[in-house]
Write a protein that binds this ligand. Structure first.
Ligand SMILES: Cc1cc2nc3c(=O)[nH]c(=O)nc-3n(C[C@H](O)[C@H](O)[C@H](O)COP(=O)(O)O)c2cc1C
Length: 202
């Protein structure tokens, strides 16, 4: 299999999306990819962070995770993007990074890569699909090759979201099903990117 560079770019306030990102990274590494896990910068004011007892501790616990830069997109053959649902949309912190990529986009550096997204929300019908679809709008503009999990593995019939791995954070930390769905999504992304890379090289 052609070796694949995978960037997992995420935002997480209280750790749910981070846990999914780590599960995806582990699966992608097992599938042979070289993986970078990168967080986007926190931009929320201290009062907002202090208002949620889980927010500050998660910030501290992930202080050693490298901040994302444009090179993490340029370097990648495939990109997995994770965000909590915020009013049915991606988090502003992640959007701010995505909105900084104009120069890469202008030079065609974001096109022809594999993209896929995952999310969490507090409630079951709280906007997981709309969040992932909103990220897909960005991938369309970038000329990306969007690879959703669909129902391509039995775990998808349990997780129930063909758009991308998602978890209901209101029910607790990511369940075994969500972690397995993240595993499947990451492997599918790596395998698709590897096939594309091999095909282009041939
Ligand atoms: C400003 C704001 C908006 C939110 N909007 C939604 C929403 O539309 N639907 C929902 O189910 N949960 C919503 N939530 C809850 C988050 O999605 C939830 O806390 C998040 O998925 C947890 O992920 P994290 O632990 O990675 O931060 C919102 C939270 C905040 C702070």
């Amino acid at each position: 299999m052609a070796s694949v560079n995978l960037s997992i770019i995420y935002y997480s306030a209280t750790g749910t999306v981070y846990t999914l990102a780590r599960a995806a990274a582990e699966a992608a590494e097992k599938a042979g990819a070289t993986v970078r896990v990168r967080k986007v910068a926190e931009t929320a004011p201290p009062e907002a962070i202090a208002a949620n007892p889980a927010w500050g501790p998660h910030l501290e616990a992930t202080a050693d995770v490298e901040l994302v830069g444009h090179d993490d997109l340029d370097w990648a053959d495939a990109v997995l993007v994770g965000t909590p649902t915020r009013f049915g949309n991606p988090a502003a912190q992640l959007k701010a990074f995505l909105d900084s990529t104009g120069p890469l986009w202008f030079h065609g550096k974001l096109a022809n890569k594999v993209y896929s997204a995952f999310t969490s929300s507090n409630t079951a019908h709280g906007g997981q699909e709309s969040t992932i679809l909103a990220l897909s709008n960005v991938f369309y503009h970038w000329g990306g090759i969007i690879v959703p999990p669909g129902y391509t593995d039995p775990i998808q019939f349990k997780s129930g979201n063909p758009y991308g791995t998602s978890h209901v954070a209101g029910e607790g930390p990511p369940s075994e099903v969500a972690l397995k769905a993240a595993d499947h999504q990451a492997r599918r992304v790596v395998e698709t990117a590897a096939a594309l890379k091999a095909g282009r090289a041939a």
